[in-house]
Design a protein around this ligand. Structure first.
Ligand code: LLP
Length: 415
């Protein structure tokens, strides 16, 4: 459930009309609903309240510091994958001791930053990285908290680009190799073994792959316990899907309940989730204006002022996101390809959409709060869009639209 609803055929973000937002801030822009972010976060914490837990929001989904700050104020932890994301969390008032650091390519500088800030855990993705963390921590006179990310080899049943738990994926460490690495880490004075983690993919709409992954992790925890290695947390990653187009993914409460059945015998083990999309996707929309309507023998095109540089998911994954008019009318509708101004055939926001629109109308692209702005670029020298947070009847500009001048601010001509 989100707080983007129609009232008298006009789309509202909480109590603010989306037409007013577009007039005030221009288009394209991303609009987030604070109440929706909070509601989605609480769905996770409520679902887990009977067990020690930490929700580490996956910063990559939407890293605006206002978004991170709303979550930090609710006690959220954070899953980060770069020094940049870690710095954003700190800037936003997040607590580094609730940060888990994922990603296959952590640099020495990033490891040092994590150690200096006292993060909760490094989620280690390879033997080489484990050695590097041990060395960096030893050189700094510190003890690095670590978890080993295992690759449980389960098929998440999602788009191949966002499936991460199969043997052919670059992520994690094969189960068989994890045990000796845990034993090695356990003996290192500069490492403190804290947990085990996995992340099998994104936009999962079934519980069973998560349960398969959990079975694999529990079997490993039992084997570690036999060797005298006790873990304090189990991190199941993110990945819970959202409805984009009628999908019915499990609610966080169903998801948690199914997992908790298997975790009853571990009352001391803190369970970590790293949801990104489930918190942010439907807490945001992208507003765009229709520039032109165009027709050829084959198709109707609705040319809008947003493009693949603003929202790349349709071009990159053939992702489907709902597109609807900000003001609904009863005019006749036609089937359009909704396309942007970028010089690529792949520059579309949606294909074959039934819409009644005229030039100058506003459209809302739904489910744009996650992997929208964070994946945007300046392709075709397009300044990136503004971001706005709605809170009840107030709007806040949380990122100003980029200026054209800022596009070349780090560039230099030569003699
Ligand atoms: N934890 C780790 C280690 C991850 O790699 C990811 C996402 C998450 C958590 C959060 O997953 P979520 O709950 O959001 O599914 N750009 C793609 C999604 C890529 C996800 C990458 N990893 C998209 O637009 O669909």
């Amino acid at each position: 459930m989100d707080h983007f609803n129609y009232s008298q055929n006009r789309l509202f973000a909480e109590n603010v009309s989306c037409t007013d937002i577009a007039e005030q801030y221009g288009t394209p822009c991303f609009v987030y609903s604070r109440a929706t972010i909070e509601r989605h976060f609480l769905a996770f914490t409520d679902a887990m309240k009977s067990h020690p837990h930490l929700i580490c929001y996956a910063v990559k989904a939407n890293s605006n510091i206002a978004v991170l700050n709303v979550l930090a104020k609710m006690g959220s932890g954070f899953d980060i994958v770069s020094g940049g994301e870690l710095s954003r969390v700190v800037k936003a008032g997040g607590d580094p001791s609730k940060v888990v650091f994922s990603g296959v390519g952590k640099t020495v500088e990033e490891i040092k930053l994590g150690l200096d800030l006292g993060i909760k855990c490094f989620n280690v993705e390879s033997e080489a990285e484990l050695h590097r963390i041990a060395d960096v921590a030893a050189a700094e006179g510190k003890v690095a908290p670590i978890s080993i990310r295992v690759n449980p080899n389960v098929d998440a049943g999602t788009h191949p680009y966002i499936s991460t738990g199969l043997k052919e994926n670059k992520f994690g460490i094969e189960l068989e190799q994890a045990l000796p690495l845990f034993e090695w880490a356990h003996c290192q004075p500069s490492l403190s073994v804290q947990g085990v983690d996995c992340h099998i993919g994104s936009q999962l709409t079934e519980i069973s792959p998560f349960l398969d992954a959990l079975d694999a992790l529990i079997a490993l925890i039992d084997r570690l316990a036999d060797k005298g290695i006790e873990l304090s947390h189990l991190d199941l990653g993110g990945g819970l899907g959202v409805p984009y187009n009628g999908e019915a993914p499990p609610h966080p409460s169903e998801y948690a309940a199914a997992l908790m059945k298997k975790l009853e015998r571990f009352p001391q083990l803190t369970i970590i989730f790293e949801p990104g999309r489930a918190i942010m996707a439907n807490a945001g929309i992208m507003l765009t204006k229709v520039e032109y309507l165009k027709q050829n023998a084959e198709k109707n095109f609705c040319i809008v002022d947003a493009a693949m540089n603003d929202l790349i998911r349709p071009a990159l994954y053939s992702a489907w996101q709902r597109i609807e008019p900000v003001v609904k009318t009863s005019a006749e509708s036609k089937v359009y390809d909704v396309v942007g101004p970028i010089c690529e055939t792949g520059d579309f926001i949606g294909k074959e959409r039934e819409l009644n629109v005229a030039a100058g109308d506003l459209l809302a692209v739904r489910s744009a709060g996650a992997y929208g702005f964070t994946m945007s670029s300046n392709y075709n020298s397009r300044p990136r869009a503004a971001e706005i947070m709605v809170d009840g009847d107030k709007t806040h500009l949380i990122r100003q639209r980029e200026t054209v001048e800022s596009l070349w601010s780090g560039e230099q001509v030569i003699d």
